[in-house]
Design a protein around this ligand. Sequence first.
Ligand SMILES: [Zn+2]
Length: 299
Amino acid sequence: MSAGTPLYDPPLAACPLCGAPAPSPLYRIDRSTPPFSVGRCANCDFIFMNPRFTREVIASFYGPGYYEGNAEYSYYDERAAEKYARYVWERRIGVLRRYAPSGKFLDVGCAFGGLLKCASRHYAPYGIEMSGYSGRYAKALFGDAVHIGTLEDHPFPLGGFSVVTMVEVIEHCPDPAAVLRECRRLLAPGGVLLVQTANMDGLQAAMQGADYAYFMPGHLSYFSKRTLTKALTDAGFSRVIAFHPVEFGLLPKLLKSRSSFRRWTDYRHWLRISLYHLLGKVHAGDFALTSSMVLYAIV
Ligand SMILES: [Zn+2]
């Protein structure tokens, strides 16, 4: 981007989830370069970036640096840690199979296709990935079953999928209600949608305020269990099941975390993960101690 290119779109005058007017400012996230602000809807409590970065700025977040961990805002390259990430993926597939044991499986935001490789033992795998960098890798594995693009321009027939997964994806979407409706349309009767994102009603998010690490420049939409459950119901799902912090136990997480260990002192990291996971189990109604959640929505 050249100097002088606008960084932000005009501010949103209405909530992108419920359409209520005049969202109020909540936090300014100054640690990010460029900084950004989030607002909260007084009607439905949905939290969202406002004003948003332009499409061009957002697209610039998802190049190779996003996966190689050297961009300011980055994820990780799952290929380097695949042996360990598989523990989580295998366990996740095991739980999903209780709800939908076979059929077509679509991973929205499939990155390099790691989850799809595990899914392919039981399901016909399909993927959507907006990043050409990781999407081309997944496409080399799965051919035309991987679409480089979004849920707005995919080529897949509606009504035929047993499972749709969105792991840490919905927070990146500018119009999450439209995304959930499209997932609903893609699913067959009895199908299940998995959504993993942060729970902004968790004590962790509430206490850390603007310092909460989930406030990242690529995250446009911030849900709580309440707002996401309502959005799923509004999208046409008949039943929503919430898991805190995730839908499986501690062991796969610990095994996955082994990938980052370089020396014996790194094992302190295991203790932190164990503690976080156990605290994540503490929840009652809308209240939860940590801000991790996974929702399964049934058609
Ligand atoms: Zn709203």
